[in-house]
Design a protein around this ligand. Structure first.
Ligand SMILES: Nc1ncnc2c1ncn2[C@@H]1O[C@H](COP(=O)(O)OP(=O)(O)OP(=O)(O)O)[C@@H](O)[C@H]1O
Length: 304
């Protein structure tokens, strides 16, 4: 069965004055994805998300949501999206339940008290429904924010850096909640983050963006477990070792990274042979360390 496309962004660009915050960004999110939108601070994630939510207009490119042009079907599309793009704001002297009732009324969603209690329960705030938001932790407010995004039963949830500023327990709670949104409520989720470890744990697909450009897109599993790996070798006499690697392995990439170190791109299955050849040739080896390609991609994007 063909996968339904929920978000299709093509060649999106946005300038602020002469500064290009987003340059030709493209990616596709399928129904049921927890899609990781990964990039260092300032990469252009929030700008792209603001374009998706029609809060700002792109200069170039196309955005399709649920198979329709955002430009031409704005209100219909936005009615099917729930989002948290900044810290959610609440009436702090009112209870969690009252806040959701007010937001439901404002958004025109017809939600019963019982359903609101169910949503609070879903986000782990069932026993706090009557408590004033004033006493809530940052993590609890974030979860209440997620309950708020669910009020109008959207198909797509967009969360911009939802774990920023949370303590480790709060991060775990949000992570689990995102997975339950996918598994129990069949939501599609776009989640931005500047941490690979965060995306790796919950997303099934991802795009890495840096300096406004999309660098790589694909299944997290494939990107993490790619058959090819970058091997860092640290050896006394790196230049002759590189000559040997070149002649025996003919690698796609081989780069000297310091006076003792080089990085070589090899298929994973050849790493034992690489070790064997270098040992047999009598080199003093300090390290042979396969690195995951995705981490390398990400580290390179942050450093550039
Ligand atoms: N309204 C604006 N006017 C001028 N520059 C802006 C504006 N909004 C964003 N920028 C700049 O565009 C670049 C991308 O910002 P954006 O907020 O999209 O990045 P980000 O990936 O979401 O990072 P962060 O997590 O730090 O918010 C940054 O250099 C930022 O300073």
């Amino acid at each position: 069965m063909e996968q339904q496309t929920i978000i299709k962004v093509r060649d999106l660009s946005k300038k602020f004055g002469s500064f290009e915050a987003v340059k030709d960004v493209s990616f596709t999110v399928h129904k049921g994805d927890v899609f990781g939108f990964l990039g260092p601070n300032g990469a252009g994630k929030s700008t792209t998300i603001r374009c998706l939510l029609s809060l700002i207009s792109p200069d170039n490119g196309t955005i399709e949501l649920f198979g329709k042009s955002l430009h031409k079907n704005r209100s219909e599309i936005l009615a099917n999206i729930g989002s948290i793009i900044e810290k959610p704001d609440f009436y702090k002297y009112l209870s969690a339940q009252k806040n959701l009732e007010i937001f439901a009324r404002i958004s025109g969603a017809n939600v019963s008290k019982k359903e609101i209690l169910k949503m609070l329960d879903f986000v782990g705030l069932g026993n706090r429904a009557k408590h004033k938001v004033k006493g809530f932790s940052h993590g609890m407010k974030q979860r209440l924010g997620i309950a708020q995004t669910l009020l109008h039963q959207p198909e797509l949830i967009i969360l911009d850096e939802p774990t920023t500023g949370l303590d480790p327990q709060g991060i775990i709670e949000i992570r689990n909640l995102i997975l339950r949104l996918k598994n129990e409520q069949n939501k599609t989720i776009l989640l931005s983050s500047h941490q690979l470890s965060e995306i790796e744990l919950i997303a099934n697909r991802m795009v890495i963006i840096n300096q406004g450009k999309s660098i790589v897109e694909g299944s997290v599993e494939e990107l993490l477990n790619s058959e090819e790996t970058i091997v860092r070798v640290e050896i006394d006499g790196i230049e002759p070792a590189m000559d040997l690697i070149r002649s025996k392995f003919n690698p796609k990439e081989l780069t000297q990274t310091s006076s003792k170190e080089a990085e070589v791109l090899l298929s994973k299955s050849r790493v034992p042979d690489l070790t064997k050849e270098l040992v047999l040739a009598g080199f003093t080896i300090h390290a042979i360390e396969p690195k995951r390609k995705l981490e390398d991609y990400f580290i390179k994007t942050i450093q550039s």
